[in-house]
Design a protein. Sequence first.
Length: 153
Amino acid sequence: MSDETDLIKLYSARILALAADIPHLGRLETPEATVKRRSPLCGSTVTVDVVMRDGKVAEMAQDVKACALGQAAAAVTGKAALGATTAQLIKARDQLRAMLKEDGPVPDAPFDGFEVLTPATAYKNRHASILLSIEALTEAAETAVTAERIGEA
């Protein structure tokens, strides 16, 4: 298969549709935690705001400045995020990382939408952009839960 055919496959209609429909775009007025992540290789950035309730994502917003793959990953993250626990986020992040870097399986539901990005496993230079949203959300959720625990003490 030629490089051009590979790129066409990589930027499938499903990926482009996800990239065009990212849930929870924008910023929250009063987040409990905010995390900004940047991919040094391509310059993509994602900023995630989060509010946690009872250890679960109650509200989130994300400002996404990324390639189509990073945008598609942000869409999958956004669709699955509400109601997720920090443990689920950590597991999804780690499973996505393993899927991309170690040919691991697709992350468990509700993050199984990352399956659309399996063609990107061959493009190591795209992995960081794909991971931005789930990494930022996971870090923000952990920060918010830690702050909540400190406030209770």
